[in-house]
Write a protein that binds this ligand. Structure first.
Ligand SMILES: C[C@H]1O[C@H](OP(=O)(O)OP(=O)(O)OC[C@H]2O[C@@H](n3cnc4c(=O)[nH]c(N)nc43)[C@H](O)[C@@H]2O)[C@@H](O)[C@@H](O)C1=O
Length: 323
């Protein structure tokens, strides 16, 4: 029997990669798309005709119930969210509506309409905020430091509560920052790889960044979506950290990206305090012991290879755009 999956956040980085992965495995894929996102189809244009688009919104319970009834999915992946941390300070209530309450609406819709669906919730390392320990494990206490992290913590615990209270098959993947050529340029990794490419091609002369000392655990988005799928194939639902297990600073990222285009970063990069964040967690790194042992998952792309892949992509994309 052909498996069916419903993805929220289909038009985003992770949604588009997950749709490709599921299609390659023979799934029938449905994607929930907000009316306001329906113009942003760059990441899924090549999948048109292969994925069934359903109109819906995490703010609207009826639309979620309709989508689930229509698709009758074996698996549901909730990848939709307001995901940019600085915006969560300027729009805290809207962030909570999508990122926290949206998950309640989705879980309740699953319980009422199709309780046999397996559910994946995209949790985030931002739930750890200023963690008590490093690396963080699945048991590390949550101490979120921004409205986005608070909203993700609520969603995480609701997902676990629906598992415990109603016996639903629900899992949380606590993902650390994950990147790809489909990442938005507001996020630092893509901002830097595209920035280096733009300078190399003479399209820009400088790159302004915030805290160069901040350290992050970056992995490749394609590796991350593979882990999400694996989580829903297990006999028992559980929660896992999805990360690379190592950190690099923003400065190391800059050095590596400018190195790829043969330029000295010090000649082009300046620090702009407006990109600094108040009280941010400057070092987050995940322990991947559990996922490696229990799901035999391993990140496939080391940091340097990911930077190179993205710089090469950005050089090509910008060159094609100029031509
Ligand atoms: C796991 C988590 O991962 C992501 O959130 P993020 O880590 O906040 O991502 P980012 O790329 O915006 O910042 C990374 C670091 O880089 C520093 N940084 C320095 N200079 C600039 C700069 O110029 N721009 C930006 N954006 N960051 C800068 C910044 O202060 C921070 O320390 C999302 O997917 C989120 O949805 C999520 O769940």
């Amino acid at each position: 029997m052909q498996k069916k999956a419903l993805i929220t956040g289909l038009t985003g980085q992770d949604g588009s990669y997950l749709a490709e992965l599921l299609l390659s495995k023979g799934y029938q894929v449905f994607g929930l798309v907000r009316r306001s996102s329906s113009g942003k189809v760059d990441r899924i244009r090549h999948l048109s005709g292969e994925v069934t688009i359903l109109s819906g919104d995490l703010l609207d319970q009826c639309s979620l119930m309709d989508a689930i009834e229509q698709s009758q999915p074996h698996e549901i992946y909730n990848l939709a969210s307001q995901s940019y941390v600085p915006i969560s300070w300027t729009q805290p209530a809207l962030t909570a509506e999508y990122t926290a309450l949206g998950v309640s609406r989705l879980l309740e819709s699953i319980r009422r309409c199709h309780p046999s669906s397996r559910f994946y919730q995209a949790s985030s390392s931002e739930v750890f905020g200023q963690p008590d320990e490093s690396p963080q494990t699945e048991r590390t206490a949550f101490r979120p430091r921004n409205p986005y992290g608070v909203a993700k913590a609520y969603a995480h615990w609701m997902t676990i509560n629906y598992r415990q209270q109603y016996g639903l098959y629900t899992c949380c993947g606590i993902t650390y920052t994950h990147e790809s050529p489909r990442r938005g340029t507001e996020f630092v990794f893509r901002k830097i790889t595209q920035g280096a490419a733009r300078i190399k091609l003479g399209l820009a002369s400088e790159l302004k960044l915030g805290n160069l000392e901040a350290r992050r655990d970056w992995c490749y988005a394609k590796d991350a979506v593979h882990a999400m799928w694996l989580m829903l194939q297990q006999d028992q639902p559980d929660d896992y950290i999805i990360a690379s297990g190592e950190t690099h600073s923003v400065k190391e990222l800059v050095e590596c990206a400018f190195g790829c285009v043969g330029l000295r970063w010090q000649d082009y990069v300046s620090v702009d305090p407006s990109f600094y964040r108040p009280d941010e967690a400057v070092q987050l790194v995940g322990s991947i012991d559990k996922i490696c042992k229990q799901l035999s998952w391993q990140p496939q792309y080391p940091f340097e290879q990911l930077v190179e892949l993205m710089v090469d992509h950005d050089l090509k994309e910008l060159t094609d755009r100029k031509a």
